[in-house]
Design a protein around this ligand. Structure first.
Ligand code: AMP
Ligand code: MG
Length: 419
């Protein structure tokens, strides 16, 4: 099994911006899943990460072919400014090419996708032509090369059509099939264990005890992680007892590439995750200039990477999406770590402190005018509804202190990062 360098998450005390933190993670958290490459059939490749550049094995299309139903002809046979009568000498349908060669004054009945006959260089659409017995009358004005698709116009043999590190989408699989691949080399799946921590947490299914809360984070995080193509082990709730946390983390370290916890990493007396991880490896608290959700705990448990997310569900989710997600993708071998953000108009005004990056949950409003985002009214870091009744996160950079209605803001739709 591959391993990260000892103590690769070590970091000093200074405050980090998101960009600085991501740059360090990108540099230190190298691929772990590269120690095994599977060759999987296309039907099993969606969401997997391509382990090698993929080259086209042939020209696509493999032959010049017709883009329409009509008549294939030699453009040089057509008269200038008047109609031309051609003799129809054959038929070329998709999958049934015509084997002859066109002579002067001849045409071949042809259908979409059918191979262009030898000698033919243009196709007149059947709607534009007049069939009369075994002849066809072609009106003037057809352009040279009309309605002909060229061999290789989609992919050329030897082209790299998909790069190593690509997380495979359905359209990628279509492209891979078109260039002749039945199986694709992909990295093994990353194995990620997820825990929640806290004596107050309870799984739903039984009446809630006094003082308890139902564990929400494991369900959010488990789904987000499996959406990234990793294998998730749901390892339940850890009680706030040092030995329990220690034993569970030590056991999980053996079979996983990454352990993720939420909660239990603030400085309160009940937070034993810190002590447990430190006793089994190392732990570093990165002081991040962000809201919600600092600090972020990063470390290793017996050589296995460890990420401790905040306990509050909104903070856990935001920190996951902006920090743990690129980390997981990088460890899994993915080359594209940053989700797409879109510039849209703010439908609200907002004041914030300089020097930290903030995320607001917001609804995207498409009511005919310019798209705009409306801020959810309850932004508390425990308000799970703010993740559900919205469409994504407005990300406000460090330097901004004031937003006016109509200002352009960066919007990260949940649909970009939640699958
Ligand atoms: P902590 O970081 O452990 O101090 O937790 C901060 C807040 O988040 C507390 O109110 C916890 O009850 C809450 N919390 C922690 N973990 C979870 C969880 N898995 N699901 C829901 N709420 C949680
Ligand atoms: Mg706790």
């Amino acid at each position: 099994m591959s391993q990260l360098a000892d103590d690769c998450f070590a970091h000093g005390e200074e405050m980090l911006t998101m960009a600085e933190a991501l740059a360090i993670l990108r540099q230190r958290a190298t691929i772990l899943a590269g120690d095994r490459i599977d060759r999987v059939p296309l039907s099993e490749a969606a969401g997997r990460i391509l382990a090698d550049d993929l080259a086209a094995t042939l020209e696509v299309p493999a032959h010049d072919n017709s883009a329409v139903d009509g008549y294939a002809l030699r453009h040089g046979d057509l008269a200038d400014g008047e109609a031309t009568r051609l003799t129809v000498v054959g038929r070329s349908a998709a999958g049934h090419p015509w084997s002859g060669t066109l002579d002067g004054g001849q045409a071949v009945r042809i259908f979409t996708g059918a191979v262009m006959p030898q000698g033919a260089d243009a196709v007149v659409m059947q709607e534009d032509a007049q069939a009369e017995g075994d002849t066809v009358v072609v009106p003037p004005g057809l352009k040279p090369g009309a309605n002909r698709r060229r061999m290789g116009e989609d992919s050329h043999q030897g082209d790299i059509v998909l790069p190593r590190g690509r997380r495979l989408k359905p359209q990628d699989l279509g492209l891979a099939a078109s260039v002749g691949h039945a199986r694709l080399p992909v990295y093994r799946r990353l194995r990620v264990a997820v825990f929640s921590t806290g004596d107050e947490l309870q799984d739903p299914g039984q009446p809630l005890q006094r003082g308890a809360v139902y564990d929400a984070n494991r369900h959010i995080l488990g789904g987000l992680i499996s959406g990234l193509g990793a294998e998730v082990s749901d390892l339940g709730i850890l009680a706030d007892r040092l030995e329990a946390v220690r034993t569970a983390l030590a056991e999980a370290a053996g079979g996983h590439d990454l352990l993720i916890t939420s909660g239990g990493v603030s400085v309160g007396d009940e937070d034993h995750v810190r002590t447990a991880v430190e006793s089994l490896g190392n732990l570093h608290f990165w002081r991040l200039a962000i809201k919600p959700g600092r600090p972020l705990a990063l470390g290793q448990v017996r050589g296995t990477a460890f990420v401790g997310l905040p306990g509050n569900p909104v903070a856990a989710t935001v920190c996951f999406l902006r920090f743990a997600r690129p980390l997981i993708l990088g460890l899994a071998g993915c080359a594209e770590l940053e989700p797409l953000h879109y510039r849209v108009a703010a439908g609200f005004s907002f004041e914030k402190k300089a020097g930290r990056r903030e995320w607001l949950r917001a609804r995207l409003v498409l009511d005919g005018g310019e798209p705009r985002v409306e801020r959810f009214d309850r932004q508390g870091s425990g308000i799970i509804n703010s993740l559900v009744q919205t469409d994504g996160l407005v990300e406000i950079p460090e330097a901004v202190t004031h937003l006016e209605r109509g200002d352009a803001v960066d919007f990260l739709p949940f649909s970009e990062v939640v699958s």
